[in-house]
Design a protein. Structure first.
Length: 275
């Protein structure tokens, strides 16, 4: 692991009149070539005294952009798994609370104010947030993501790997946040396809090794390889009303369908190779 230090310029911030102390709350963000997103995300986090960023070896302007914000600390660690990367970030924090964010998450004023209230109320050890997808600078009517814990007490939680992603093991009571995070990924399509190729391989490996009784209904459907691409297409287009979002809705529907097709292809390839 490598710590990067450089002279930083204080940037005009978003709601930064009263910074939340580092001993109370620290934001943790993972990055890898996020120059299209990271500055916008950090601009909405200047109300925090401290942000820990774990970078996987970016080769674009990500590190340069991060170092232009005075409240950031960046650490470079070779990527192995998402859970290991997140847990390393948590190990660098000494705060009571953690705000776990992706590099393309944008926090609204209402969301920030709700976080500050939860830190005072302190009636749960983890809070789940829902997401509003933004495509080409406009919000979609809906999406098929599920809420995930983003605000939690450091001593009560730890990450573990599950397929292509990570999940948070929570020891204590959870609650939901009313306001949503804006998910606004502006990386090029070629990068998205590269990411999905890697993710689909991890997801397929998980599906092939996970015991049947432990699998969810969706995981069992995915393992059959045939149903989920078709179901996802119509689920997004009709059930999630992407049909009424014009070209943006069509773009989102195709993305979600491609993800399921890639997983099915990985599973089919493995089945053929075993014969």
């Amino acid at each position: 692991m490598l710590t990067i230090n450089s002279t930083k310029q204080s940037q005009p911030g978003f709601n930064n009149s009263r910074a939340v102390p580092a001993q109370t709350l620290t934001a943790v963000i993972l990055t890898w070539n996020e120059e299209e997103n990271i500055a916008r995300t950090l601009h909405h986090l200047t109300w925090l005294e401290k942000i820990i960023i774990v970078d996987s070896g970016s080769t674009d302007k990500t590190v340069e952009l991060i170092n232009s914000f005075s409240n950031t600390e960046i650490y470079v660690r070779k990527f192995d798994t998402h859970a290991q990367q997140w847990n390393y970030g948590l190990s660098l924090c000494s705060s009571e609370w953690i705000l776990s964010l992706d590099a393309d998450y944008i926090l609204t004023y209402a969301f920030i104010e709700e976080i500050k209230q939860k830190l005072v109320q302190n009636h749960a050890c983890a809070f789940n947030a829902g997401f509003e997808f933004v495509l080409f600078e406009r919000s979609l009517a809906s999406n098929n993501t599920t809420p995930r814990p983003v605000l939690f007490k450091r001593c009560n939680c730890i990450y573990y790997d599950d397929g292509h992603t990570q999940r948070l093991r929570i020891n204590g009571k959870t609650a939901d946040l009313k306001n949503k995070i804006l998910h606004d990924d502006r990386k090029p399509l070629s990068r998205w396809l590269l990411n999905q190729s890697a993710y689909s391989m991890k997801e397929a490996t998980m599906l092939m090794t996970k015991p049947g009784p432990e699998m969810s209904f969706l995981e069992k459907l995915r393992k059959k390889r045939i149903y989920t691409p078709l179901m996802m297409f119509f689920f997004c287009l009709l059930r999630k009303r992407m049909l009424f979002n014009g070209q943006r809705g069509w773009h989102y529907t195709l993305q979600r369908t491609i993800v399921e097709m890639l997983i099915s292809l990985r599973l089919t390839e493995e089945k053929i190779n075993k014969k």
